[in-house]
Design a protein around this ligand. Structure first.
Ligand SMILES: NC(=O)c1ccc[n+]([C@@H]2O[C@H](COP(=O)([O-])OP(=O)(O)OC[C@H]3O[C@@H](n4cnc5c(N)ncnc54)[C@H](OP(=O)(O)O)[C@@H]3O)[C@@H](O)[C@H]2O)c1
Length: 304
């Protein structure tokens, strides 16, 4: 049977899926349908469902009922707790496993930092929690796993907009823009413009069973923070300086400047050190590639 109109429960992919109203009816889960962001979605034709991933499971089950596709993600940063994130993930997975109409489950995740680093980095909880949920689907919910595509997310270009103090350089008295990161200037990270998520998810849905049980490493460009800074400097015609700090120095900066606890600052620092020690662990030709570049992004946003 060819399904021409599918129900999708999701978040950041809605903009793309709304471009295809003949294919998708989009339902979004929020804890507060009255907030402006949710109301904007409603105005675009998205059906809103109130549910809390850490609340009553019956509400979540009702919100997912009848879905053909579920796009699911958890949010570590609001509570900064791996236990809470794992609970959120398992709640979605348990509810999704009971959705009889479900054809495709897309799970937004991060890789296992301990396995990737051969046991070197044990404190990257916001990766580990997501990878444990992936493992939970695979080992405890085999029927759901059979129709699951896991997408590993990289460093967003948009971090410069949401957390400019951390991702943008600081101008000193002489007019030089300095950026501190715990990386050598050559260490590259996988990067993407988050708006490409919708294009990727649409592609994955159209490919139907092609990516069932597969893990897609989602990234457009492997870039070092030093390269990103240099390109920004050249675009804005300002002097820049990349300063590689020690891991400890960077962790302390996250604590004093960004108000992170010692544990969370270590979590954040160690995720970056994985790329320093293990290279670009997302690079693999068999994975789907995104298209936007850092060059395009700095031309479209006023960053400095
Ligand atoms: N920044 C990066 O470079 C990067 C890279 C890879 C992965 N990630 C991961 O991305 C995740 C955050 O995603 P994002 O940046 O898209 O966050 P976001 O824009 O802040 O969105 C988080 C969403 O989660 C919903 N949410 C949070 N707690 C919920 C709960 N208990 N029940 C129901 N919904 C809940 C919120 O909905 P309402 O508020 O409307 O209820 C909101 O729509 C994090 O886990 C992070 O580790 C980030």
């Amino acid at each position: 049977m060819t399904v021409t109109k599918r129900n999708v429960v999701g978040g950041s992919v809605v903009t793309e899926l709304l471009k295809h109203p003949h294919l998708y009816h989009v339902r979004a889960i929020t804890r507060d349908p009255s907030k402006p962001k949710a109301q904007q979605l409603a105005a675009q034709g998205v059906e809103l469902c109130r549910a809390d991933l850490e609340g009553n499971r019956e509400t979540l089950t009702a919100a997912l009922a009848g879905a053909d596709v579920i796009y699911a993600l958890t949010d570590f940063w609001q509570k900064r707790s791996a236990a809470a994130e794992i609970e959120q993930g398992k709640a979605i997975v348990d509810a999704a496993a009971g959705v009889v109409t479900l054809q495709h489950f897309i799970w937004s995740a991060l890789p296992d930092p301990v396995a990737l680093s051969d046991g070197k980095y044990l404190n990257v909880h916001h990766w580990k929690g997501k990878s444990l949920v992936t493992e939970y689907i695979q080992t405890q919910k085999p029927d759901l796993w059979a129709k699951t595509t896991t997408i590993l997310f990289p460093n967003y270009f948009e971090n410069t907009l949401t957390d400019p103090q951390r991702y943008l350089p600081v101008k000193d008295a002489k007019g030089t823009y300095t950026l501190k990161f715990p990386h050598s200037p050559q260490t590259v990270l996988p990067n993407v413009a988050i708006r490409d998520t919708g294009k990727l998810v649409h592609h994955v849905l159209e490919a139907r069973s092609t990516y069932f049980t597969k893990t897609i490493a989602f990234w457009a460009q492997a870039l070092s923070e030093a390269e990103k800074l240099a390109e920004m400097g050249s675009y804005y015609n300002v002097p820049t300086r990349y300063q590689a700090s020690s891991a400890r120095e960077f962790q302390e900066l996250l604590m004093t400047r960004d108000g992170m606890s010692e544990d969370i600052a270590l979590d954040f620092t160690e995720q970056l050190l994985i790329f320093e020690s293990c290279g670009n662990v997302y690079a693999c030709e068999k994975f789907v590639q995104a298209k936007d570049s850092w060059s395009e992004f700095i031309r479209e946003h006023k960053l400095l």
